[in-house]
Design a protein around this ligand. Structure first.
Ligand code: ATP
Length: 355
């Protein structure tokens, strides 16, 4: 993008932003009515008009039923969509609203409804209007939460959900440029007060960004860090794939690939770099465990125990028969015994007081 963060986005720049989407049959545009997604709709509509053959665009607004103004905002988006010659649908979240974790539940419902709308209209992608500023906030949020490298990659330009691609074509675009684009086009947009509600973490962090920028921690730099970490993360994943093959080749007693467990020869495992060992453990626990992804901090603690066990086994006479390590984590049972690490599904937990 241009270096001027306040300039409207030209048709040429937009063409590059949407280039990968040209051959899709149809695209759902997720439009809340806020400035970012209204700009997404306006930019996509202008781009589509410039193509002889291109995807059909469908604007979709989710009404979470949480704010009284939401229905009116959805109608405003519908009017604007009509003026741009785009079909528009409002999807309503009618399910029960939880008392705690409301933003997460609303988000889950939103993506479910958006992918549902995509399937119904033959669209392969849902486009959201996440900006470079959102990327910077996400990185900061994960940094403060103590995420590992994978978490610090923040948002990817494209992910997948239920067979629908979630694309973020504006992930490298400053929000200020979207606002400048709308101003130039004379288009109004809604202001969502929850975006400033300091009850929620994200708005609190958003309020910190100008101070960070004054110290050099601009959204540009934070987003660049996320992109660099994404590059490193992809490389480590490739190394972990190679390490998996290396361990399989080294392991004469390896389990069949369809076994509901994973095993590694401890001496070969111990030669791998720590980050790769962590990923192998994490992958195995996620594959056989039944309690969701394992927390990085807990896998780090497990690895430390395994490392000590492996080093200790080298010094002690092997063959006592008792495992040196036996632990459960995220629904997986991890043991170290007779020079092998075994990761298998944990037996169901005993309910205290139950018969
Ligand atoms: N009510 C809505 N209807 C349709 N699309 C929406 C709605 N709310 C958000 N979106 C889409 O999601 C994008 C991100 O919105 P926002 O930043 O408010 O969500 P978030 O919950 O903070 O982020 P995330 O979706 O990554 O969790 C918007 O730019 C828009 O494309």
């Amino acid at each position: 993008m241009s270096d001027d963060d306040n300039s409207p986005i030209s048709a040429r720049e937009a063409k590059l932003l949407f280039a990968d989407l040209r051959r899709a049959p149809a695209l759902v545009l997720a439009v809340s009515g806020g400035p970012d997604s209204v700009a997404l709709m306006w930019l996509a509509a202008r781009w589509r008009r410039s193509l002889t053959h291109g995807p059909q665009l469908i604007a979709v607004t989710v009404d979470h039923g949480l704010r009284p103004e939401a229905a009116r905002e959805a109608r405003d988006v519908k009017h604007l969509a009509r003026s741009l010659d785009l079909p528009h649908r409002t999807m309503r979240w009618t399910g029960a609203k939880p008392k705690t974790g409301l933003p997460a539940a609303a988000r889950a419902a939103r993506y479910r409804l958006l992918t549902q709308a995509a399937r119904a209209s033959g669209a392969t992608h849902v486009l959201t209007a996440h900006t470079r500023d959102d990327q910077a906030e996400t990185l900061l949020m994960r940094l403060l939460r103590g995420s590992g490298i994978a978490g610090l990659t923040a948002m990817a330009p494209v992910t997948e959900r239920d067979g629908i691609a979630l694309a973020r074509p504006l992930l490298d675009v400053p929000k200020a440029q979207l606002i400048a684009t709308l101003k130039r086009a004379n288009i109004a947009f809604a202001d969502d007060p929850t975006n400033r509600d300091t009850v929620f973490t994200r708005p609190r962090l958003r309020a910190l960004l100008p101070q960070l920028a004054a110290e050099g921690g601009s959204a540009r730099n934070l987003a660049r860090l996320a992109a660099r970490l994404a590059r490193a993360n992809a490389a480590i994943d490739v190394l972990a794939n190679g390490a998996e093959r290396f361990l399989a080749l080294r392991d004469r007693d390896r389990l069949p690939p369809d076994a509901p467990a994973r095993s590694f020869e401890a001496s070969a495992f111990a030669t791998l770099p720590e980050e790769v060992r962590l990923r192998l453990l994490m992958r195995a626990i996620d594959a056989v465990g039944h309690e969701g992804p394992a927390e990085l901090g807990k896998v780090e603690a497990l690895l430390a125990v395994l490392d000590r066990g492996i080093a200790g086994a080298g010094r002690r006479a092997a063959g006592t028969g008792r495992p040196q390590v036996k632990q459960t984590l995220a629904g997986a049972l991890i043991s170290l015994s007779r020079g092998r690490i075994l990761i298998e599904p944990a037996p169901p937990r005993r309910i205290r007081g139950g018969s």
